[in-house]
Design a protein around this ligand. Structure first.
Ligand code: GDP
Length: 459
């Protein structure tokens, strides 16, 4: 597919009211657009010019700053024009309409979602992992997620992938050179220490995988279902767990969760809490609408990573609790939380019993909360490594896993008596292709379409 390089424009700032708002345009050459917009002013690259933004008939829409980044020294690698006006939805709409009108002759059209960043990628300003990090930084719901997205955006993740790719290429070159001299095949693996090199690559890959999977956790968070009878202390527990670190929940389309979910954070990991308040057993009294609601909530429960079943330690389990437990989906770890130990006299404790892990705590006194936090982090697979964490996506983890499998296969071929060097070489090639798909060197167009279509317009 030949990339569409026609000039594009969009509002780049979030919808709503703000001090300033930006309309951005990008194209190979924006000279015709700039002349049409500002017939009396010649913009200088990278200079802020304060001027009126006017309609074709000269009426003023707004006063603001025009900034021209001459390609290739711009975000997209093309000419970029930013018009910074006041951040009101109507004034920005008018400004955008004016840009489209003034640019009609030179073919300016409205940008598609993520199209600015897509162009930055196509013009080698960013690789694919960095482009994804732009979206992840914008959508980050905790400070830790934002920090690691910015790591990935700066290229730390991509560099780690490049180092792996280079190691694979070096080994491939060795093997492929040998393939041309079949008589030397036999002792090639010995002489070149190919097995040792392969093991080194697998080790390095494991380290990158560990960092990336921690990053994926920061991005995705852990889905936690909170169940329990009224008054056992569900809200109190949420507050105690969240402490003062309540996650920033932004009402941006695509990041807003279902109404029943609330996000808090523990050590920077978003915990998406699905509150099952209002769930009751499906009896004849339950009407159709409520029945659908209940079924939907149980559907959510099915996607949970962990269930917190809260009980009052001073009262013990009730009949209704037995009903709730019976409805739990199989295979999801359950933490049975005995709250209000300040009343019951239990000590804060964790007890890994066969049916579930039991935790004794008091939401009121904040006793034993650290035990619950530690248990949640353990279930999430969080390790405090001290190493930097790259914000990664499931797509990256899948590619890393696939690369690992190909390296394992290569190792298996090398271990066989009739070492088949061409199969060894082929597995290395496949591992390299998987790694390169992360940074986008070998990414099919449809993958790009999927990734960028999830951006908002103007990014
Ligand atoms: P929910 O209905 O399950 O959300 O329960 P709440 O969090 O609203 O708590 C119900 C009542 O129990 C409130 O009066 C809380 O102050 C009280 N409560 C919650 N946790 C504790 C606890 O650990 N100890 C004591 N003594 N009271 C608690």
């Amino acid at each position: 597919m030949i990339p569409d390089t026609s000039p594009i424009a969009a509002i780049a700032t979030a919808p709503g009211r703000g001090g300033i708002g930006v309309v951005r345009a990008s194209g190979k050459s924006l000279a015709p657009l700039m002349t049409a917009l500002f017939p009396d002013t010649t913009l200088k690259p990278r200079h802020a010019t304060y001027l009126p933004f006017t309609q074709a008939d000269g009426t003023v829409i707004d006063q603001g700053i025009a900034l021209w980044f001459k390609g290739p020294h711009s975000y997209t690698g093309e000419d970029v024009l930013e018009l910074q006006g006041h951040g009101g939805p109507i004034v920005l709409q008018m400004l955008l309409a004016r840009v489209l009108e003034a640019g009609a002759e030179s073919g300016v059209r409205l940008a598609e979602p993520g199209e600015f960043t897509r162009r930055a990628y196509l013009n080698d300003k960013l690789d694919l992992a960095q482009a994804e990090a732009v979206a992840d930084l914008i959508d980050a719901s905790t400070e830790a997620a934002a920090k690691s997205a910015s790591q990935s955006l700066s290229g730390a993740f991509s560099r780690a992938i490049h180092v792996l790719v280079e190691k694979v290429i070096n080994l491939r070159m060795l093997v492929e050179a040998t393939l041309d001299f079949p008589e030397e095949e036999i002792d090639f693996l010995e002489k070149s220490n190919a097995r040792g090199q392969l093991a080194g690559i697998v080790d390095a890959l494991d380290r990158v995988f560990a960092q990336a999977s921690q990053g994926a956790l920061l991005r995705e968070g852990l889905n936690v279902v909170l169940v329990g009878q009224p008054n056992v202390g569900k809200s109190s527990l949420l507050n105690a767990l969240a402490g003062t670190d309540v996650a920033i929940v932004t009402p941006i389309a695509g990041t807003t969760r279902d109404k029943v979910t609330e996000t808090i954070q523990v050590e920077g990991i978003p915990l998406n809490i699905i509150d099952t308040a209002g769930i009751r057993a499906l009896t004849d009294e339950v009407d159709m609408v409520e029945r659908i609601g209940i079924e939907r909530t149980w559907g959510e429960v099915g996607k949970a990573d962990v269930i917190l079943h809260l009980l009052d330690a001073s009262l013990g389990p009730t009949r209704a609790d037995e009903g709730i437990v019976a409805a739990f989906p199989e295979g999801v770890p359950v933490l049975r939380i005995w709250n209000k130990i300040d009343l019951s006299g239990h000590k804060p404790a964790v007890d890994a019993a066969e049916d579930a892990t039991h935790i004794y705590l008091s939401a009121h006194d904040k006793a034993g909360i650290d035990l619950l936090r530690a248990e949640l982090l353990r279930i999430a697979g969080w390790q405090q490594t001290g190493e930097s964490v790259f914000l990664a996506r499931e797509r990256h983890l899948i590619a890393l896993r696939a690369a690992h499998q190909h390296l394992d296969m290569a190792g298996a071929h090398a271990a066989q008596d009739d070492q088949s060097l061409d199969l060894f070489a082929e597995e290395l090639r496949l591992a390299q292709a998987q790694l390169s798909s992360i940074t986008g060197e070998f990414s099919p167009d449809d993958l790009l379409g999927v990734i960028f279509s999830r951006f908002c317009i103007g990014k």
